[in-house]
Design a protein around this ligand. Structure first.
Ligand code: PLP
Length: 330
C-alpha cells in the first residue's frame, strides 16, 4: 500500500511508529485465533498511551491559534490529562487540569506523575462532564480577562481533530501489516470516549481495508457509543475532506465488559485478563481500559465471535500508571 499521509497541521510528540508484535503464547492459550499487539502503550509522553497521537493534532491546532494555556479535563486517574500535561511541559505551554472527583488523600498513579510535572490541578466533585463544563467556562473567562489565550481540549481529546491521530495509527498499522503480508481481520480496542474507535473507522476506509473494528466499552452503553463514534468519525472525515458515510449501525461496540462496579473500578474478568497477558507475554495491561478490553476479546474468542483462523490486532492503548493506584490488594 502506498503510504497515505494526512494533510493536517501536526507536531511530533510521540515515539512512532509503535511496534506491531505477535502474541504467540497468548494465541496458543486462546486457540483458533492469532493475536497481535499494536504497542500504543509505548508512545512516550510520561509513560505512554493512546492520547499522544490525538495530542499531535490537537496541540498543533492550539499553537496555530496562538494559545498560551491549555485546559483539559478527565477523571482522577485520567491518562489523557497526564499525557496532555507532559506534552504541554515539552512544548512550554501552560496547562490546567480540571479533574472530576474529590482530591484524594494520597497521589498515586497518574496523579503522582502529574504532581511530579508540577501540574495545576483543580478538583471538581461533579457528577457529570456537563457540570465540569461550567467550571471550565469560568476558568476560561477568567484567563481571557487576564489577557491569556486559553485552548480547551474536551475529555479524552475525542473530537474529529483528535481522532485524526487514530486515522494515522490505522494507516501506520496497515503499512506494517502489508510489509509482513499479514491480513488483519479484526482490530479490538477499549472505548472510553470514542475518539480512538472513530479514527480507526475512518482509517480503515481510507486504506480500503476490510478489517472490522470491535470496540469494548469501559463506561457507556453501546447505543450511546454507536452514536458518538459515528459522529466523531464523520467530523474527522470532513476535516480530512474524505467523502465517507459512517452510520451508528456500522459501528460494533460491546458493553458487557464494563464490570459491575462501573467505570474506573477493576473487574474480576479484567484482572484475570491482565494476569494472563502478563504471564504469557510479559506485557502489562491496565485495570480501567485495556484489561477490560482484553477480557472482552478473550470472552468473544470463547463464544466463537471471531471466525476460526482470524488475525486480531489488539490496540494496547496504555494506561498502566493506574495499576499502581488500583491493584494494591490484588
Ligand atoms: C482514553 C483511553 C482509552 C479510550 O480511548 P477513547 O478514544 O477515549 O475511546 C483506552 N485506553 C486507555 C488507556 C485510555 O487512556
Amino acid at each position: 500500500m502506498r503510504m497515505i499521509s494526512l494533510n493536517m497541521p501536526r507536531i511530533k510528540l510521540c515515539q512512532l511508529p509503535t511496534d506491531l508484535e505477535p502474541a504467540s503464547n497468548l494465541s496458543e492459550k486462546l486457540e483458533n485465533v492469532t493475536i497481535y499487539f499494536k504497542r500504543d502503550d509505548n508512545t512516550g509522553l510520561a509513560m505512554g498511551g493512546n492520547k499522544g497521537r490525538k495530542l499531535e493534532f490537537l496541540l498543533a491546532d492550539a499553537i496555530k491559534k496562538e494559545a498560551d494555556v491549555i485546559i483539559t479535563t478527565g477523571s482522577i486517574q485520567s491518562n489523557h490529562t497526564r499525557m496532555t500535561c507532559a506534552a504541554c511541559r515539552k512544548l512550554g505551554l501552560d496547562v490546567i487540569l480540571v479533574l472530576k472527583g474529590k482530591k484524594p488523600l494520597s497521589f498515586q498513579g497518574n496523579l503522582l506523575l502529574e504532581k511530579l510535572m508540577n501540574a495545576d490541578i483543580r478538583f471538581v466533585d461533579a457528577l457529570s462532564y456537563d457540570d465540569i463544563g461550567i467550571t471550565v467556562n469560568y476558568i476560561m473567562s477568567e484567563l481571557k480577562a487576564e489577557g491569556k489565550k486559553p485552548y480547551f481540549i474536551p475529555v479524552g481529546g475525542s473530537v474529529g481533530l483528535g481522532a485524526c491521530g487514530y486515522v494515522d495509527c490505522a494507516l501506520e498499522l496497515f503499512n506494517q501489516a502489508d510489509k509482513q503480508n499479514l491480513r488483519i481481520d479484526y482490530i479490538v480496542n477499549a472505548v472510553g470516549s470514542g475518539g480512538t474507535s472513530a479514527g480507526l473507522e475512518v482509517g480503515v476506509r481510507l486504506a480500503k481495508k476490510n478489517s472490522k473494528i470491535v470496540g469494548i466499552s469501559v463506561d457507556a452503553e453501546k447505543t450511546v457509543f454507536k452514536q458518538d463514534i459515528s459522529r466523531i468519525a464523520q467530523d474527522c472525515a470532513s476535516l480530512l475532506e474524505a467523502d465517507l458515510k459512517i452510520l451508528p449501525e456500522d459501528i460494533t461496540v460491546f458493553d458487557e465488559y464494563i464490570g459491575e462496579d462501573g467505570y474506573g473500578k477493576p473487574s474480576r474478568q479484567g484482572i484475570e485478563a491482565i494476569k494472563l497477558v502478563a504471564e504469557t507475554e510479559g506485557i502489562i495491561l491496565d485495570p480501567v481500559y485495556s484489561g477490560k478490553a482484553m477480557a472482552g476479546l478473550i470472552d468473544l474468542v470463547k463464544k466463537g465471535f471471531f471466525e476460526k483462523g482470524s488475525n486480531i490486532v489488539f490496540i494496547h492503548t496504555g494506561g498502566t500508571p493506574a495499576l499502581f493506584d488500583m491493584l494494591v490488594n490484588n
